[in-house]
Design a protein around this ligand. Structure first.
Ligand SMILES: [Zn+2]
Length: 332
């Protein structure tokens, strides 16, 4: 019986670039290697040839106008690990070979085996770290503010009380003492009173004001107190005239004028950002964190500016030579 002999013809592999359609029989020379398991059927090579991948860089640069965005876009497309520091190291390289150079660097430690999935995980992690850091910083700032405020208020109150007692003698009620001291300072400042006699009149005015305040709070008659107050003001020679007709103002009018014109004091110098603590944290913590993880954040430019002062810059041509050595040892 005649046997039909099936002849199995061994054909050469046919490999085609998905972009330009170039056909070859071996991946090795013309296709970039990849870490992604997506391309396992392509023997661990990308389905786009090196020439096309490199051309993509300038095509995308026309669109995005930014080296980092372009590299990230290419990495997203082909499931390649994206790392900001790595991208930065190629910023000044020949534009025609940036993507393949980038992939060569990925095939070295510590990036072997990483894909774009690792980029996503790393970025999420860095974002969380930053959020937690900012949150704890805010909490710390709030705590410090509260501590300082409480301490300072205590100190100021003690000082005011002791001064009030010097002027008005021992006053058991602290609120009354503070009210009197406040009124006394205000009257002295506004009248410019210097003589002992004027100071005595001001003291009486302060007592009158305190009585007036208490009478108002308890709902009792204030007429007699107002008259005494007005007399004391007159005795000091400080009775103001109204603008319209030069008549003397009533106490009520005068008080209203004072309250309306009371100036708001300036922020004290010692509260104006003196310790630069925020800058230190921005630069050496958040900036450094962003730099180390390869995640760009707003603190990096300031970090780089600061670190420049302490850095030794390597010669550019030296880096190219080093790349060539790596290429010779490990291939593109
Ligand atoms: Zn191609």
């Amino acid at each position: 019986m005649a046997r039909t002999k099936t002849v199995k013809k061994i054909t050469k592999k046919t490999i085609m670039c998905v972009k330009c359609g170039m056909i070859t029989d071996s991946y090795e020379k013309q296709f970039p290697k990849t870490n992604s398991s997506l391309y396992a059927g392509y023997e661990g090579y990308l389905p786009i040839c090196k020439t096309c991948l490199n051309k993509l860089y300038s095509e995308y640069l026309d669109i995005y106008q930014d080296h980092f965005t372009v590299l990230r876009r290419i990495c997203q497309l082909f499931d390649i690990y994206y790392n900001e520091s790595l991208a930065k190291s190629l910023m000044n390289s020949d534009m025609r070979t940036i993507p393949t150079r980038y992939i060569s660097k990925l095939n070295l430690n510590p990036h072997i085996g990483k894909t774009y999935h690792d980029t996503i995980l790393e970025e999420e992690k860095a974002k969380k770290v930053q959020e937690i850091t900012e949150q704890s910083l805010r909490q710390q700032e709030n705590r410090e503010d509260t501590e300082i405020d409480t301490e300072e208020i205590d100190e100021t109150v003690e000082k005011q009380l002791s001064e009030a007692r010097k002027i008005f003698g021992s006053i058991t009620n602290e609120n009354d003492a503070l009210f009197l001291k406040n009124e006394y300072d205000d009257w002295k400042f506004r009248t410019g009173a210097k003589s002992k006699a004027e100071e005595e009149i001001i003291k009486n005015i302060c007592y009158n004001s305190l009585s007036l305040k208490k009478a108002r709070e308890s709902g009792s008659s204030t007429k007699a107190i107002e008259e005494t107050l007005l007399n004391n003001i007159k005795a000091g020679g400080w009775q103001p005239k109204t603008e319209e007709n030069g008549d003397e103002m009533s106490v009520g009018q005068w008080i209203q004028t004072i309250e309306m014109e009371r100036p708001i004091s300036e922020v004290q110098d010692r509260y104006k950002d003196v310790d630069n603590l925020k800058k230190m944290i921005d630069v050496f913590y958040l900036g450094h964190l962003g730099k180390a993880t390869g995640i760009r954040n707003i603190y990096i430019p300031e970090y780089e500016e600061t670190m420049k002062k302490y850095s030794v810059i390597k010669n550019e041509s030296g880096e190219d030579e080093q790349d060539d050595v790596i290429t010779r040892l490990f291939g593109e």
